[in-house]
Design a protein around this ligand. Structure first.
Ligand SMILES: [Zn+2]
Length: 288
């Protein structure tokens, strides 16, 4: 699943591509994706609305519309937003597609949004877990508010991080950072990488962490998220940027996806175990 840096990258690129455009017509091929609205109501209500801007909250793409409405998109496992201008190159974000966004619509196209200027936004989703919601501001808040703190927000200080992290002292680092109600947007890649930089095992119980280890974890988390956004995300199996490139953070991975390869710091083979239901990567020598 795309994590914070990947959704941030897609949102920033879409913001440039579709801000100021007005929806003309919409075709929804998979009605369950736009629930609770019917496909017909969804299409009718979004038509004539203008895109004011695109941002991100947690792992959700937030498209602000005229008339105080919002169009929310969750890419889930394999969702992809592809913007095709009237002329020029397609802009693709999310799950990679073999043909790089040509030959659209195709078998995986679940919804098509035509703009008044002749350009089109396609939502493709191989596994159909993604969703699209057209909501009012109050409805948007009900969906977004339960998500935890935004780690890149200026208000997200070490004190706030410590307070959230230590809320459940018997949980492990991985269990805690995965909890989207505490801190939003973290996933497997960035939890393993932040733990490596902080020299702590992701399987460590929170109560066992010293003050300085918590501070290192906080700084490491911000470091990996910021670097990854700068590099336009990580391409594991399931992500390309909205220009269709693979994310550049993959070059900076120290542990994730590197089981049995030598540690970049000490040369010890990177371990991989299953923890909290996920493949968990670490160096047993560098991390305590
Ligand atoms: Zn090592």
């Amino acid at each position: 699943m795309p994590e914070l840096p990947e959704v941030e990258t897609v949102s920033r690129q879409l913001n440039k591509a579709i801000s100021g455009k007005t929806f003309k017509s919409v075709v929804v091929h998979v009605p369950k994706m736009v629930l609770p609205l019917s496909a017909q109501d969804f299409a009718q209500n979004i038509s004539k609305k203008k895109v004011l801007g695109v941002s991100r909250r947690a792992k959700i793409v937030v498209i602000s519309l005229s008339g105080k409405h919002f169009f929310l998109v969750h890419l889930k496992m394999t969702g992809q937003l592809i913007f095709v201008p009237k002329t020029g190159k397609a802009v693709v974000g999310g799950h990679p597609q073999r043909d790089g966004g040509r030959n659209l619509p195709n078998n995986y196209t679940q919804a098509e949004f035509k703009f008044t200027d002749g350009s089109t936004l396609y939502f493709n989703d191989l596994r159909k877990f993604g969703w699209l919601k057209l909501v009012t501001e109050a409805e948007k808040n009900i969906i977004l508010d339960p998500h935890g703190a935004e780690p890149l927000d200026k208000k997200f200080t070490l004190n706030i991080f410590t307070e959230l992290l230590t809320k459940y002292p018997n949980r492990t680092i991985k269990q805690t950072l995965f909890d989207q109600h505490l801190i939003a947007g973290m996933g497997n890649i960035y939890i393993d990488e932040a733990s490596f930089l902080a020299k702590v095992l992701p399987t460590r119980k929170i109560f066992s962490l010293s003050k300085s280890e918590i501070e290192k974890l906080y700084k490491s988390m911000l470091t990996v998220l910021k670097l990854s956004i700068k590099m336009k995300g990580t391409s594991a199996r399931n992500y390309v940027t909205s220009t269709g490139e693979k994310g550049g953070f993959v070059k900076y991975l120290n542990v994730y996806g590197r089981a049995n390869l030598p540690c970049t710091t000490c040369g010890t083979k990177i371990s991989k175990i299953k923890h909290a239901g996920r493949g968990t990567h670490f160096c047993e020598k560098c991390q305590k």
